[in-house]
Design a protein around this ligand. Structure first.
Ligand code: COA
Length: 504
């Protein structure tokens, strides 16, 4: 017990301790909740579960705003309990995905750097309760976040009420790793004074208006481990192609062996690509990313990465057991920032990031779909990929050339949903090779994309589409009546492949 109270160092808040059940009872139908949590890290774990329990006895709905996806099955339990009216800005959970696609609750899929601006400018629903996970509360009333920051600073600043979950299972060694900076209102702010990946520009915690703190709850539960799939043969080959591209950039004098600060998105492919750098000649690397997955810690341990800036740390169980007890070892190599800063266009452009994100599909001109399966069904969300792609020095998208046992070609005539337009996409990579699209006209891009990236079984089919489209002319030739035939064929026949066109 005393251990717990030692984590509330601000004496003014020591009488605020309540049970999770009591805290959950304050939440009313129609309210908007701002929860900490970003890609399964640093999410609040007790009050959400009590809300789910309440739903067994009464009917209510709330808006759930977070940093990104939640762990501890919270998104799943929320979805099953039917208590979500609107969810933003990101989720990655199959049950919630089903409910979204069935139209049972609303999902706003926006760039992760935008939530803070929209809240600050009073555009979206104001937050009634910010519910934030903390390692501790400092003597001067700052919430020390845990393994992610997400939107917690903005939630705390703009919410009407605050509930804090102090998680005893989160290491006190996390204190000092965070850097909280609020850029202020648009039109009144100064340039963000961050010019190097390892700059610290803010506080180590979230300053609290203690009059807003309604309750403090104690929990004792680790984050959910990531479900990342280890690199396989194809993702390793993709990593090799990406590294060939980077080597060429060095040869051309545009990069050095230090490359440029790296951002890598969520998912198995992006993790594998970073992992591939371990045995490369690249060195003294820096990472300026949203999520740090296992591969970044492998790169730090291998002496390849000197410093990593992130918004959350999402690791496999094995890696958690290695990293969290040894945080001292990483202290001078790590910083956690709010997602508004980790994903800020101003910083991404200033630092000149190399940004690597995953596509579901891309088209023969370089438009990328990262979110919608066959144009309609939400997968996870755009996450930070748009923040980075639009502003990076190099916007790279990776994907396997086929999905679902070869029945889907990830390279199509026209993407069925556009997240990243041809104007924002520099390089596309599959296990077949890469296409560097920079400075190329649409008609120059097509042969590169088909020959270097498409799976051989789909190349003739793509050429047929393009050659027929060429007869109609245009800056970006298309056959509008056939542009989505690949997707509709898949939905009708279970495959995009026209057997007679398979290369032999
Ligand atoms: N059409 C339909 N389904 C496709 C597909 C396509 N063109 N390409 C891949 N898929 C399916 C795969 O078959 C797999 O399905 P399964 O879960 O049933 O096995 C699933 O999509 C995931 O694909 P996978 O190849 O395992 O890649 P991943 O784990 O790296 O995830 C994204 C890929 C695109 C879903 C994921 O990276 C994402 O959500 N990205 C958007 C957000 C983002 O980029 N954020 C970056 C900053 S954090």
């Amino acid at each position: 017990m005393q251990d717990q109270y030692n984590r509330i160092k601000d004496e003014r808040l020591q009488d605020k301790v309540v049970t999770a059940q009591e805290a959950a009872s304050w939440i009313q139908d129609g309210m908007t909740l701002g929860l900490s949590g970003f890609t399964r890290a640093g999410d609040v774990k007790a009050v959400p579960l009590e809300l789910v329990k309440r739903a067994e006895k009464e009917s209510f709905k709330v808006n759930i705003f977070t940093g990104a996806s939640l762990g501890s099955d919270i998104d799943k339990l929320f979805a099953e309990a039917g208590i979500v009216h609107k969810r933003l800005p990101f989720q990655a959970e199959p049950t919630m995905r089903k409910k979204i696609n069935a139209g049972e609750h609303l999902f706003v899929d926006h760039h992760l750097s935008h939530t803070a601006e929209l809240l600050r400018a009073n555009v979206i629903e104001p937050v009634d309760y910010a519910i934030l996970e903390a390692v501790s509360i400092s003597e001067d009333g700052m919430v020390i976040p845990t393994t992610s920051i997400g939107n917690s600073l903005t939630f705390a600043t703009h919410a009407k009420n605050i509930i804090i979950e102090i998680n005893m299972a989160q290491s006190p060694l996390l204190e000092g790793l965070h850097d909280l900076y609020d850029p202020g209102k648009q039109g009144e702010r100064n340039p963000i004074p961050l010019t190097k990946v390892d700059d610290r520009i803010g506080n180590i915690g979230i300053p609290l208006d203690i009059t807003k703190v309604k309750g403090i709850v104690f929990t004792n539960q680790a984050d959910s481990p990531s479900t990342i799939v280890k690199p396989d043969e194809e993702t390793e080959i993709m990593a090799q192609h990406l590294m060939s591209f980077l080597r060429n950039e060095i040869k051309e004098g545009r990069l050095t062996e230090k490359l440029a600060p790296l951002q890598s998105g969520i998912g198995s492919v992006a993790n594998a690509v970073l992992h591939g750098m371990i045995h490369s000649e690249f060195k003294n690397l820096q990472v300026y990313s949203e999520v740090l997955q296992d591969a970044v810690f492998d790169l730090i341990d291998a002496g390849k990465v000197d410093f990593a800036s992130c918004c959350s740390i999402t690791l496999s169980e094995e890696k958690m057991n290695h990293v969290f007890p040894n945080l001292e070892k990483y202290r001078d190599k790590l910083v956690l920032r709010p997602q508004e800063i980790s994903n800020h266009p101003e910083i991404i452009r200033r630092l000149g990031l190399i940004s690597i994100n995953t596509a579901l599909e891309f088209d023969i001109y370089g438009n990328v779909n990262s979110t919608h399966v066959t144009g309609t069904k939400m997968m996870n969300g755009i996450g930070g990929s748009g923040d980075f792609a639009r502003n990076a020095r190099l916007a790279i998208f990776v994907t396997k050339s086929t999905a679902k046992d070869g029945n889907i070609s990830s390279i199509v005539p026209f993407v069925s949903h556009v997240d990243h337009t041809e104007h924002d996409v520099d390089v596309v990579v599959t296990e077949q090779g890469y296409a560097d699209l920079r400075g190329l006209a649409p008609r120059e891009r097509v042969p590169l994309i088909i020959e270097n990236c498409a799976h051989p079984t789909y190349r003739n089919q793509l050429w047929d589409y393009y050659n027929e489209a060429l007869t109609r002319g245009g800056q970006t030739p298309h056959l509008l009546e056939k542009a989505f035939l690949w997707h509709t064929n898949f939905m009708k026949n279970g495959t995009m492949l026209e057997k007679e066109k398979v290369n032999v």
